[in-house]
Design a protein around this ligand. Structure first.
Ligand SMILES: Nc1ncnc2c1ncn2[C@@H]1O[C@H](COP(=O)(O)OP(=O)(O)O)[C@@H](O)[C@H]1O
Ligand SMILES: [Mg+2]
Length: 398
């Protein structure tokens, strides 16, 4: 990056809502991915089972996977990326993302042609279950009793052949990143888990690894989809430590020659904690308020001037979450917020709603799926976005 002249206000280096310029902390988590990549690169073998990072929104799952993707590309991997969604079928997406991955690493023309033919026939196989490939949907809807084996086999072939193609031309192997895994259907999850498990049976001939991320419901969804799914490696992402939170603020501005006073850092960390999205937002709003030039110093006054804008953004996000909830879910949220911040028991929520604790399962599950609340063990739940409980309480008083 060329540094602009000292007389010009510098561009904002913070990235609320986007992959960060510099990933702060997460050394342990990146280490887990590097281990997998290292095994594939060194031994040419499948580094399994599924690696699954799980956390509420905003804690940095996508950022972690994107950072690892860059590292993987730099050491000779072909990397396929896909984000699951309830609206799109998963397997055709995966076929396309593997195809794009192979397009990016330049396979020889002749092997590329062979590969394209193979992809077409795999797409047809995957079409067996009525998944849409290339816009065509199997209209019959029939599923023969053992139809489940077809996509598993096709997916195995796809991953095996793609990984071999990369390895055979001197690359390290294939890495598949799957984001938003909680949104995959149980059938698709089962297909993925079975395919990876089967490939593990011939580990030495499958130079690939699969790295995934999703909301806190992901481990449960995986285990429900296939009992052996419990052998996946589940890694929770927590908020950043205070040190890493300071790094998140300092690293992007350092690169532009702007420094933070210790008091200013403390003020941000004290007010937003270690939540990466909120830190990026606070950093960005502080920057916009100060509009620093090279050599400038961010002080506490700049933080005080910037944070109100962050509050406005945060309020909009709280309102969006509230807006996405049904009437019953809102009653649940209000009851939960009335109990206060932190972990709340099912019994206390039910009591605040004036109902039996068994009857709140449905809104509870739906709110977990929406990422508004998360389970924290022993039947306890908490809100995933800091400050949401206070916003809901304040709303009730309007
Ligand atoms: N380790 C990190 N260092 C710096 N910024 C981060 C880090 N983790 C997340 N962020 C920032 O937080 C926000 C949310 O990150 P994201 O990866 O989208 O979270 P998730 O996928 O868990 O919802 C993004 O704006 C990103 O820039
Ligand atoms: Mg994400």
């Amino acid at each position: 990056m060329t540094t602009p002249p000292a007389t010009e206000a510098l561009p904002d280096p913070y990235t609320p809502g986007q992959v960060p310029r510099v990933l702060a902390g997460r050394a342990v988590e990146l280490g887990r991915i590097r281990d997998r990549l290292g095994r594939v690169a060194s031994f040419g073998e499948l580094a399994g089972p599924l690696l699954v990072f799980h956390a509420p929104r905003g804690l940095g799952k996508t950022s972690l996977l994107r950072t690892a993707e860059r590292e993987a590309a730099a050491i000779g991997f072909a990397s396929a990326w896909l984000a699951c969604s309830r609206e799109r079928p998963f397997l055709p997406e995966l076929v396309r993302s593997v195809e794009r991955a192979l397009d990016r690493v330049d396979l020889r023309v002749e092997s590329r042609r062979r590969w394209r033919d193979r992809l077409t026939s795999l797409s047809v196989e995957l079409g067996v279950l009525g998944v849409s490939v290339g816009g065509e949907v199997d209209a019959t809807g029939d599923r023969s009793p053992d139809a489940g084996a077809a996509p598993i086999g096709a997916l195995e072939d796809l991953l095996h052949e793609a990984a071999r193609a990369v390895r055979d031309r001197g690359g390290a192997g294939l890495v598949v990143f799957i984001d938003e895994l909680h949104a995959a259907s149980a059938d698709d999850l089962a297909t993925l888990l079975n395919a990876v498990q089967n490939l593990d049976g011939d580990r030495d001939d499958n130079p690939l690894t699969v790295v995934t991320a999703g909301l806190p419901v992901t481990p449960e969804a995986i285990i429900r989809a296939a009992t052996f799914g419990e052998r996946s490696a589940f890694v929770p992402l927590d908020v950043l430590s205070d040190d890493d939170a300071r790094q998140l603020l300092v690293l992007p501005s350092d690169a532009l020659g702007v420094t933070w006073e210790a008091d200013a850092l403390e003020a941000v960390v004290r007010r937003v904690g270690g939540h990466p999205y909120l830190l990026q937002l606070a950093g960005s709003c502080t920057w916009q308020a100060l509009r620093p030039r090279a050599g400038a110093v961010v002080d506490e006054a700049a933080v005080d001037a910037g944070l109100p804008a962050a509050e406005v953004q945060l309020t909009a996000m709280h309102a969006a979450r509230w807006g996405s909830a049904t009437e019953l879910e809102r009653t649940f949220i209000s009851a939960m917020a009335s109990v206060g911040p932190g972990n709340v028991t099912r019994a206390r929520i039910a009591a605040a709603m004036g109902v039996d604790s068994r009857s709140i399962s449905v809104p509870r599950e739906r709110l977990i799926e929406k990422g508004i609340i998360e389970p924290v063990g022993h039947g306890l739940v908490r809100f995933t976005m800091p400050g949401f409980d206070a916003w809901v309480r304040a709303r009730g008083q309007d």
